[in-house]
Design a protein around this ligand. Sequence first.
Ligand code: NCD
Length: 400
Amino acid sequence: MKQTLPDLEPYERRLERPTNLKLPDLQHGPRPKHILFAQQFDRPFLDRLGRTADQIRVLSQTKATAVELRDLLPHKRAMLYFTQQSTRTFLSFMASCQLLGMSVAEIRDPSLSSEYKGESPLDSMRMFSSYSDLIVIRDKLPQFAEACAYLMNDLDDFNQRSVPIVNGGSGADEHPTQALLDIFTIQRTFGIGAAEDHAGVSRFAELQSRHPDLQSGLDGKTYVFSGDIGRGRTVRSLCVLLANFDNIHIRFVSPAHSKLRLQADLRDWLKSRHIDISEHSSLDEVIEEADIVYSTRIQSEHDRSESDVASAEDLRACHVTPERVQRMKEYGAVLHPFPRNEEIPAAVDNDPRAMYFRQARNGIWIRAAAIAHLFDVDTSIREIYDSHLLDWRRYNQDVL
Ligand code: NCD
């Protein structure tokens, strides 16, 4: 329970702007200063981030290179302020900080902090910025992380200590780092970044020879979202990132219920980007054309009475059953941000298209990559990778 609601009034004028006008406040030139919105990321950045994540993934797997990674940011500390429930986002942020040598502190229950004595959460944040070099925030209040970023910008203007803010999920509106890990998972599904993964390379070469469509990466693909489209913040953030790619098709499958179906603001935004979208009430209508199926749970914690209005039959029409997965393309993938309920039965888990557990693991690499870009050590990661890659290649040539 949060004791004091933050007073966001001093930031109101900035909070009310359309997102595109906010973006300059969140950048240091080409480098992100804070991570708040999926709209901050363009295609070249997504490509760079995916490459860094892949390099971190490979480097973290051997002792000598893992030690070099940990030598990058041992002088930095992160604060994970997670007052909204979380398992994967919390643990993967913690693991990603540790991969880069950062130490981590956490607040998960504000009733154990001075907020219980009436301290304003914004004062708490300023206090955390004295003790840490990065604050990751997951909060129910939609614009709290954003207001904290403006607080940090103001401190910076007055030459006071200021640290980057990362949004680990805010209200029902945004979950940008989940969208980054989703894009990274899709990149890997389509064979992008498998360069040094020999098993991966031969699997993709074979798949690409049978499915020439795979060669175009994320462009030209059909992305199917199913479940709670209206209230899933991961759906919103991922749609925004997908809009960076060419000639894509998005299909939304949900019960025809006012809270669960695609909301007008996202529909209008996607249309303004000339993206081909359509709405459906059953996965059966679109399963064969899907390259990616992104399933989500029904988020009944928001307003229990409303979501009960969708009938069990309407909900089942959105479920990812083994029979439906059988009808998907051979190289397709089923994603889910987790936690899952009954929308994907465990019987699907061993299908090669069930990508959701690997997707969750990808959160470690992509979050570490995002932190590396915030702290300007992505080039050092590439250098470590290149030098070891040369060693590995020489070794392979010698033994072959
Ligand atoms: C999602 C979230 O919190 O929005 N989970 C996550 O962070 N991986 C999805 C959900 O709660 O259903």
